[in-house]
Design a protein around this ligand. Structure first.
Ligand code: NAD
Length: 255
């Protein structure tokens, strides 16, 4: 408890899945949270469940002006911004031959450009607030190793891995008191996994049975496994942790 006491966080993609779980655990740990998502119905429900410690903001991460407004609303509502979790993301189960131009553009816009926008706007605010700040970006195991079935996704998540390091270096070199890290989940059972199973023509049980084989630990992950990674990286426990890649993947990338 209270690992994030006094921190104010924006969590993107927090209407469901890993983001919603992270919002709930952040509030349990003492943070105030802006649930930022383009899914207004589910996002508002998550914020309502969390009461006065949370607010919803309708954010499309591909809209730079909306990012500016999101940070302004966060400051107006909770007084400051300490933490950004760039969690929103999309995936298409498409290899290089099957990826359409639209799927490529959309994946890069949400997963890569959205993370750039969020980091730039957040750093602009955080650099003058005089408190310890942290940004954590959702990459993936597919930002460390490739899987042919996810061509555009691998491109976007690989970019996030190095964008994170470049931003962390910038913040360090300029003594901004902002740490920047990336998180690399293995397969986690969320609505994205159900959607991926559907794209793969499988039930979630068939899908889980197939992809457990790639995780030597012998099981797939749950949203809490990733949320607690974000708690650690966003807390003062991680004071000396910046520019790193936290794989939470049941040994997927250890092989
Ligand atoms: P999810 O699909 O369950 O939830 C994603 C959320 O992002 C949704 O609420 C959606 O509305 C929101 N979103 C999508 N596009 C958006 C946009 N343009 N602007 C704002 N919000 C938008 O996904 P998840 O499984 O919870 O994954 C969360 C993050 O973790 C993603 O970046 C994903 O790539 C990454 N990840 C997930 C897994 C996994 O197995 N589930 C594995 C590795 C990495």
């Amino acid at each position: 408890m209270d690992r994030l006491k006094g921190k104010v966080a924006i969590i993107t993609g927090a209407a469901q899945g890993i983001g919603a779980c992270t919002a709930r655990i952040f509030v349990q740990e003492g943070a105030k949270v802006v649930v930022a998502d383009m899914n207004e119905t589910d996002g508002r429900a998550v914020a309502a469940e969390l009461g006065e410690n949370a607010a919803f903001f309708k954010l499309n991460v591909t809209d730079y002006n909306a990012w500016k407004e999101c940070v302004a609303v966060t400051k107006a509502t909770f007084g400051k911004l300490n933490v950004l979790i760039n969690n929103a993301g999309i995936s298409y189960r498409k290899d290089i031959a099957g990826t359409s131009l639209e799927e490529w553009d959309r994946t890069i816009a949400v997963n890569q450009t959205g993370v750039f926008y969020g980091m730039q706007v957040a750093i602009e605010e955080m650099r003058t607030n005089g408190e310890k700040c942290s940004i954590a970006n959702a990459s993936s195991i597919e930002g460390l190793v490739a899987e042919s079935a996810f061509f555009a996704y691998c491109a976007s998540k690989g970019a996030v891995t190095l964008m994170t390091k470049a931003a962390a270096l910038y913040c360090g070199e300029n003594r901004l008191n902002i740490r920047v890290n990336s998180v690399h989940p293995g397969y986690i059972i969320t609505p994205m996994a159900y959607d991926d199973a559907r794209q793969n023509g499988q039930t979630i049980e068939e899908y889980s049975a197939e992809f457990i084989q790639k995780h030597p630990i012998g099981y797939l992950g749950k949203p809490e496994d990733i949320a607690y990674g974000y708690v650690y990286l966003s807390s003062d426990e991680a004071d000396f942790v910046s520019g790193t890649q936290l794989a939470i993947d049941g040994c997927y990338t250890a092989q």
